[in-house]
Design a protein around this ligand. Structure first.
Ligand SMILES: [Zn+2]
Length: 265
C-alpha cells in the first residue's frame, strides 16, 4: 500500500493534489488552438483546507495576475479569453471588492503605439499575498520534497510600495538574482511563457531564496526563514525593519535603507 502523504502546508493527511501554481493560470488548448501551455504542471499533496480550488482563490489569482499591464502576450491572451469568461460569470461587485478596488477600464498605448484596454485600480494585496504564500510553500515542497516549517516573506515586484525601503529592497532583489548567478539553482518551469521559478541557495543572510515569474514579467521574491534557523539568518531584514540605517553591497552597487531618517524633536 502506498504511504499516506501529508499536506504540503499542514500535518493533515492529503486528500487531493494541488496544482502549484493553480492550473487555471495556464491557458487551455481549447483557447490556444492546440498550443500546449500545460506541460508537466507541478502538483503537491494537499488536504481539503489547503486546496485553493475550494476557496475561489485560484480564479482570483488568475484574474489578478493575468490582468497586469506588463505581461507578455500569453498573459494578455489569457486575460481576454479565460479571464473575461470568468468576469462575465461574476458580477461587477466581485471585481470591485475582490480583484481591484476603485476598478475602472481605460485605454493605454502599448510600446507599438496601439491602444489596449486595461483595468486599473488598487489590487487586493492581502488576498494576493495569501495566494502567493501557498505557491511558495508548494514550490518548496516540490523542490525539497518536504514541508517548509517557518516563516515566508515576499516582495511583489509589480506593486509600487509606498515606502522607500521596500522600493529599494525590490531593486536590490531583482539585481541580486541577475548578478549572483552562481547561487541560483537555475530557472525552472516547462511553460516559461506562463510561469517560471528559481531557487537561490541559502547565503549568509538568508535574505532571499525564491524568485517566481508570471507571464514573463510579474515577479515575486520570497524568503524562507526556517523555524530553527539561527541569527543572523534574517539580520538584514531586522536592521531594515528596526529603522536602522543599513547598506547592503552587491558588487559595486550599494543599496541604502533607512537613509532619510528625520530626528524627532
Ligand atoms: Zn493542509
Amino acid at each position: 500500500m502506498e504511504k499516506q502523504q501529508t499536506c504540503y502546508m499542514c500535518s493533515k493527511a492529503a486528500t487531493s493534489k494541488e496544482h502549484v501554481p493553480p492550473a487555471c493560470l495556464f491557458p487551455e488548448q481549447k483557447d490556444t488552438k492546440g498550443l500546449d501551455f500545460r506541460k508537466n504542471l507541478i502538483t503537491v499533496p494537499s488536504c481539503d483546507l489547503h486546496n485553493s480550488k475550494k476557496s475561489n482563490d485560484d480564479e482570483f489569482l488568475m484574474l489578478s495576475l493575468s490582468g497586469l499591464i506588463k505581461n507578455n502576450p500569453v498573459g494578455t491572451f489569457h486575460q481576454i479569453t479565460k479571464g473575461n469568461r470568468a468576469v462575465r460569470r461574476k458580477n461587477k461587485d466581485f471585481i470591485e471588492k475582490e480583484i481591484l478596488r476603485n476598478f475602472k477600464t481605460t485605454k493605454i498605448p502599448d510600446s507599438s503605439g496601439k491602444y489596449r484596454l486595461v483595468s486599473i485600480g488598487n489590487p487586493n494585496i492581502q488576498r494576493l499575498t495569501n495566494c502567493l504564500e501557498h505557491i511558495a510553500y508548494g514550490l518548496f515542497y516540490h523542490e525539497f520534497q518536504k514541508q517548509f516549517d517557518g516563516e515566508v516573506r515576499m516582495i511583489l515586484e509589480f506593486i509600487e510600495y509606498q515606502d522607500d525601503n521596500t522600493q529599494t529592497l525590490k531593486k536590490f532583489l531583482k539585481r541580486r538574482f541577475e548578478v549572483e548567478k552562481e547561487l541560483n539553482s537555475g530557472v525552472k518551469g516547462d511553460n516559461p511563457e506562463v510561469f517560471q521559478y528559481e531557487f537561490h541557495k541559502p547565503d549568509k543572510d538568508g535574505l532571499i531564496a525564491l524568485r517566481t515569474i508570471f507571464y514573463g514579467a510579474a515577479e515575486v521574491y520570497f524568503s524562507f526563514k526556517g523555524k530553527n534557523s539561527k541569527q543572523p539568518f534574517d539580520l538584514s531584514f531586522m536592521l531594515i525593519e528596526g529603522g536602522i540605517p543599513t547598506i547592503i553591497g552587491l558588487g559595486e552597487e550599494k543599496y541604502e535603507f533607512n537613509k532619510s531618517i528625520t530626528t524627532k524633536t
